[in-house]
Write a protein that binds this ligand. Structure first.
Ligand SMILES: [Zn+2]
Length: 417
């Protein structure tokens, strides 16, 4: 058999296909054509030596903000977050709405090299400027029928519904918006992705108990729905402020198949993550949650600093993977959070998340460095870790794209002496 490209001598980890070892990968006409211990060099036009590197099914970032220009400085360039960072699929969480999805398709999804999907915003306006104005996000600003219809008409792009459960919104409208978001999810048969942790200030003269909010919210969620930002440093995550332990109701939800997405962003707290994971909860999907207000290249200007999700600690998807390794997850478990598990979450296990023969050749090649590296969060915690993952390149439908994104935090810079 002839191949266009062979990735040679890498360590393949593919949970869905049960590969974890040294294997070659052959690509033909943009598709995966073979995964085998030794493909002959004479069989390929192009051989890429990936020895010493990890070869993964194209990584899937379940939480990005890439509706560039339309969401103001909040939206990053899709390919910078995606293929130029070694990530072949990026899911925009709540940027496009039923009113702005056609623009998302025409200006972002179609022209990007990255495979671009979204969880459509439950709100008519979508995620403009990173949700600055709470009055745009009330129950009167949701149209269930229009949003469900748009989702159903665009199944190649829309893979879920995005809404927020946090104390600022609850102080204004209770959980009415979430209930409408759930209606859209039920009507479309798509998962509901819920943001946890404070977003807006509480309405003047009100006080919402974050524990009570979690107790009311979680029973609304069903198998396949997603709780995001469990490790948030803002009030309203998985840890009860009353008891300091994981909410009992969270356990019940996980038992019925609700899943957990890290949604790293500026929210991520090492302390919260350590507590939640010590209790025995592991995230199912990762989600870097990069946007223009929490990455260095667009930190200029007061717009960014005024955003509730402003953050300065550098991160990206592979940096977040390194954090999960540091917190005690195994390498295959961490790989699953960016490959096989998100493919399930998206209902796309027949297309992505594995190096299946005949699948589009979406392949991420990353390096696992050994040494002493610093990892930081936005609550000021810094830790030293001995393993750091950085992207090397990816193939997207067989096309080679080097990991040259300015959004990749330099691993070596944080090398401790
Ligand atoms: Zn986000």
């Amino acid at each position: 058999m002839m191949f266009d490209t062979i990735l040679r001598g890498g360590h393949v980890i593919d949970l869905a296909a049960r590969h974890n070892g040294l294997l070659d990968v052959g690509v033909l006409n943009g598709k995966i054509a073979a995964v085998a211990p030794s493909l002959a060099a004479s069989q390929a036009k192009n051989i890429i030596d990936v020895s010493g590197k990890l070869v993964l099914p194209g990584m899937i970032d379940t939480h990005g903000h890439i509706y560039e220009h339309v969401t103001g400085k909040f939206g990053l360039n899709a390919d910078m977050v995606g293929v130029q960072s070694g990530v072949t699929t990026v899911v925009d969480q709540g940027g496009p709405s039923c009113m702005t999805l056609p623009g998302f398709r025409a200006f972002i999804a179609t022209p990007s090299k990255t495979r671009v999907l979204c969880f459509i915003s439950a709100y008519l306006v979508g995620g403009l400027e990173g949700h600055y104005y709470p009055e745009l996000y009330g129950p009167g600003q949701v149209n269930v029928a229009h949003t469900a219809r748009t989702a159903k008409e665009n199944p190649d792009i829309v893979r879920g519904i995005k809404a927020h459960a946090e104390i600022g919104g609850a102080s204004r409208w209770g959980l009415d918006v979430i209930k409408l978001g759930k209606k859209i999810a039920v009507e479309t048969g798509l998962p509901l992705y819920i943001h946890l942790g404070q977003l807006w200030p509480e309405k003047e003269g009100t006080h919402i108990d974050p524990d009570e909010l979690v107790r009311e919210l979680v029973p609304l969620m069903d198998e396949g729905d997603v709780l995001a930002h469990p490790f948030t440093r803002h009030p309203g995550g998985f840890i009860s402020t009353e008891t300091g332990n994981v909410h009992p109701i969270v356990w019940a939800a996980l038992e019925r198949g609700v899943t957990v997405d890290v949604g790293h962003g500026s929210h991520f707290s090492f302390d919260m993550a350590a507590q939640v994971m010590k209790a025995g909860i592991k995230p199912y999907t990762l989600g870097a949650d990069m946007h223009g207000y929490n990455v260095k290249i667009s930190h200029a200007g007061k717009d960014a600093a005024a955003n509730p999700f402003f953050g300065v600690a550098p991160f990206n998807l592979t940096n977040a993977m390194s954090k999960l390794l540091y917190l005690g997850m195994s390498l295959p478990e961490v790989v699953a959070t960016v490959t096989s598990n998100p493919a399930k979450m998206l209902g796309m296990t027949d297309q992505i998340g594995s190096l299946g023969i005949g699948f589009d050749a979406d392949i991420s090649v990353v390096e696992l460095h050994q040494g002493a590296f610093e990892l930081a969060d936005n609550s000021g915690v810094k830790v030293t870790t001995n393993r750091m993952i950085t992207p090397s390149f990816c193939l997207r439908a067989g096309e080679y794209i080097a990991a040259t994104s300015p959004l990749i935090p330099p691993a070596m810079e944080s090398l401790a002496a």
